[in-house]
Design a protein around this ligand. Structure first.
Ligand code: 5RP
Length: 225
């Protein structure tokens, strides 16, 4: 039996094979992608040449440490490929993302990619999204209004995200409301509806974006769909 960390490491190495010389790629954020970044650092030393657009400062810092090239999204037209993790993946390939707080930049970067590959361990695959609290990024001004609106519209609880005893601020200086939906039968509709609420910047629902889901299993196997 492989540990979750070993599965993530295997996924990182597997996913690195999709990155070929001279590619322009988007790189995600999180503990699974961390292993991809480490593997790419090694391959860079061995001569692999690519340029990346990062989905967070965290990822950008790792690229810097590993001596890899990165560029702002504003200097590119399209990305050939993006690779990222996810918090949940449903049967249709819709995702919940943002557990690591980078949902806004992830969605912008990944919407600019011709292909999005998601790497997850098997525990993240679910029938219906929603057991993982849905991250919703909100403007700090008037955030309580948005919180109340979401809670009363869906009859659910939400929680302002904190980290190390302080309110969590995203790379773009916004708050995150973690929303306890429990079940999200129509992620596309919910994403659209949440976007209509003043103060909502982005949601962690990534619908019709992933082209390939690569799953790592505890027996060491990897499956692709
Ligand atoms: C960050 C994300 C991550 O992809 C997601 O939280 C999964 O992270 P991990 O690989 O650490 O489980 O969306 O905003």
């Amino acid at each position: 039996m492989f540990t979750q960390d070993e599965i993530k490491q295997q996924l990182g190495i597997y996913a690195a094979d999709f990155i070929k010389n001279d590619m322009l790629i988007g790189l995600g954020t999180g503990t699974t992608v961390y292993y991809l970044l480490k593997e790419l650092g090694k391959r860079k030393q061995q001569g692999l040449n690519f340029t990346a657009v990062c989905t967070s400062l965290q990822t950008q810092n790792i690229l810097k440490e590993e001596g890899m090239n990165f560029i702002s999204l504003d200097y590119v037209d399209r990305l050939q490929l993006a690779i990222d993790g996810a918090d949940e993946v449903d049967e249709n390939g819709s995702l919940i993302k943002g557990g690591g707080g980078a949902l806004l930049q992830e969605k912008i970067v990944e919407a600019a990619a011709d292909e999005l590959i998601i790497i997850v361990d098997e525990k993240k695959n679910v029938k219906t999204l929603g057991a993982f609290p849905l991250p919703v990024e909100v403007i700090t001004f008037g955030w309580k209004q948005v919180k109340q609106k979401i809670e009363s519209a869906y009859n659910i609880k939400t929680r302002l995200r904190e980290k190390d005893g302080k309110v969590y601020l995203t790379d773009h200086q916004h708050y995150i409301l973690d929303c306890f939906f429990n079940t999200i039968p129509d992620p596309g509709q919910l994403n659209n509806d949440l976007h209509l609420m003043p103060g909502v910047v982005e949601t962690g629902l990534f619908v019709d974006m992933a082209n390939k889901i690569i799953t790592g299993h505890s027996d060491g196997s990897i499956t692709v769909r």
